[in-house]
Design a protein around this ligand. Sequence first.
Ligand code: MN
Length: 357
Amino acid sequence: MTFRWFGNNDDTVTLDQIRQIPGMTGVVGALFDIPVGEVWPIDRIMKLKDEVNAEGLELEVIESVNIHEDIKLGLPSRERYIENYKQTLINLSKAGVKVVCYNFMPIFDWTRSDLAKKLPDGSNALSYDDDIVQKIQPNKLADEMEKNARDFSLPGWEPEKLERLQVLFDQYKDMDGEKLFENLEYFLKEIIPIAEEYDIKMAIHPDDPPWSIFGLPRIVTNKENLDRIINLVDSSYNGLTLCSGCLGADPKNDIPDMIRYFGSKGRIHFAHVRNIKIHEGRNFDESSHLSSDGSLDLFEIMKAYYDIDFKGYIRPDHGRMIWGETGRPGYGLYDRALGVTYINGLWEAINKMGKRC
Ligand SMILES: [Mn+2]
């Protein structure tokens, strides 16, 4: 069981607090200040590892090593960024990292229309309204995301990228899903042999939300495409972060079925477990983890992980802000800690009652 942590300088949650959550064994970390595309220096990785280890926690999962846009665009300059990526993987392996989560979304990372929507119980949560997102100008959305994040940096929303939005949109003008698949294949064919050699499992994260926004293609969206991705390079090191909340935003995605399908192939290396409440159309709020609070059945999800005898890393995903907590949107302490305890409770019950099927 792991918990995402943004480091001593950029997180309201401390390692000490994380350690006190029952069943917690590790932190999912990253070096957020290294510009996308540059090599992560070994001494900085070791410093992070030492900090985490000093609190009795492990640092075996990194989320994310982000992919430079030139790789997604398939530009000649991708060669340099791919070489840098390989060196980062080698450096991470020297620090004992076992899984690297990454995503392959053009320009925009995870997207929400509201970072603090007030829910009926007085808590607030991340929320997505497709009408708002599809109608707003991309730069306006970026401004709002930044403003609403208060003083926190948002992972995947690097200011240097947002400054050149128009240039990026021009570059993506002729990009479609097929070309994006080709560029992902090119990247994986370069990276996976290094991942194999240095024993680091690559785990692509689904697109959030799992459909096109602003006319930009998105391909990490459903079972068929995930299956295609793991077959671009047929290696167990070419695997998935199975994020229930991202994929679950599309009701056509049957999450327990996907867990069983990809899990039985040994391709799920990292599980993100959270719930969402889907409203009419393509709109959803992030709910608590409890099944009855959202649209996903967390019992069925954990049962599927039990059935495939899942031995990979898992973390609660986003949480609401409750009990007056303020902090990084989606990444407070309390609701995520409740999520961990609920997931562990389901797991213990399933484990003690159940037979694998
Ligand atoms: Mn996720």
